[in-house]
Design a protein around this ligand. Structure first.
Ligand code: BTN
Length: 326
């Protein structure tokens, strides 16, 4: 793991005018040697950032790139009582954050790249450098664990609400596929991995991992084995990840607060609005039995309700559902 160094952010900000910059002049601006500048350029190129290097002229970035900026994110956050780390690369932000959890304050971990990004059901999560949001939030709670059932659903809803408002997206663009996969007109845009660590004295840590495709465009991402999209694909322009990540964090903390105080019922209407599966024919495993039926909303615990051909309701807890018909 590696913290994202301010110098790398500043270097990219200087290069973003897309003019040529001489290594020595860059070194003077950054307070480092020309060789150290060259190392950082090489590192960016290794991450896949397209930078021309021409003898006698210096370096020129082909396409502006905005890196995550810890100081900026901190000033944008309305929730002040949290600590935040921004990494250049980690294996997985959900794993990294477990090194920094505290009972006193919530902690945030964001990375430019994940080497072993994880999805639900052991699937990998494609995490190229500098393009998307890989965010984990560790929230200390003192609650009965059973009261958290259904929480993972409201996180998908929360993400949809923050994206819809922040980017003024059409009302029907985003949907949540139970339990919390976020789709943009039927293509996967984001996923959420929730882990709960029980501690002593009734404490637990809620670890919420959010992977959101933001500016990822090319399809050289073999690891994604389903139709996917990104916000840049859908809106036609690159998105400022610093503003976006601050909005998502604030929204999420508010919604977790509401959930802890009032429970899942407070989100019923929103769930109904975003429910992707509702009314669709699906196949799922319920108690090791394959059930085929119509997705019919959720129950009070947040389990998926499937009605079979005899109108019998099955309550499904496995997130591995398969769509049969639209
Ligand atoms: C899924 O759709 O299966 C969930 C994907 C969750 C990916 C995020 S990216 C940030 C955090 N770190 C991880 O390794 N996974 C989650």
């Amino acid at each position: 793991m590696k913290y994202l160094h301010d110098n790398l952010v500043t270097l990219v900000n200087i290069l973003n005018d897309q003019a040529f910059h001489d290594g020595t002049a860059l070194g003077d601006q950054l307070g480092m040697t020309r060789a150290a500048v060259w190392k950082m350029i090489k590192k960016l190129q290794d991450y896949g950032v397209d930078i021309d290097s021409v003898k006698g002229r210096g370096y020129c970035i082909k396409k502006p790139l905005q890196l995550l900026d810890r100081a900026k994110i901190k000033t944008l956050l309305r929730h002040r009582k949290l600590s935040i780390d921004v990494y250049e690369k980690v294996d997985s932000t959900n794993d990294q954050i477990k090194q920094s959890i505290s009972r006193e304050v919530a902690h945030i971990c964001i990375a430019e790249q994940q080497l072993q990004g994880r999805g639900r059901l052991g699937r990998p999560w494609a995490s190229p450098f500098g393009q998307n949001i890989y965010l984990s939030m560790a929230i200390p709670l003192q609650v009965d664990l059973s009261s958290l059932s259904g929480l993972s659903l409201i996180l998908g809803v929360s993400l949809c609400e923050s994206l819809t408002h922040h980017l003024s997206l059409p009302d029907d663009a985003l949907k949540v596929k139970w339990p919390n996969d976020v789709y943009f007109y039927g293509k996967k845009l984001a996923g959420i991995l929730v882990e709960i660590q029980a501690e002593s004295h009734g404490y637990c840590q809620l670890i919420i991992g959010v992977g959101l495709n933001v500016n990822m465009k090319n399809a050289s991402i073999d690891a994604i084995n389903q139709p996917w999209t990104s916000l840049a694909n859908e809106t036609g322009h690159d998105i400022d990840r610093n503003h976006l990540v601050a909005t998502i964090i604030d929204h999420c903390f508010n919604d977790v607060d509401v959930f802890v105080k009032h429970g899942l019922s407070e989100f019923t209407q929103q769930w109904q609005h975003y429910d992707y599966l509702c009314g669709k024919k699906i196949e799922a495993m319920v108690n090791q039995k394959k059930i085929i039926g119509t997705a019919s909303g959720i129950d009070a615990q947040g389990l998926l309700v499937i009605k079979d051909g005899n109108n019998k309701a099955w309550h499904c807890s496995s997130g591995d559902t398969r769509l049969i018909k639209k």
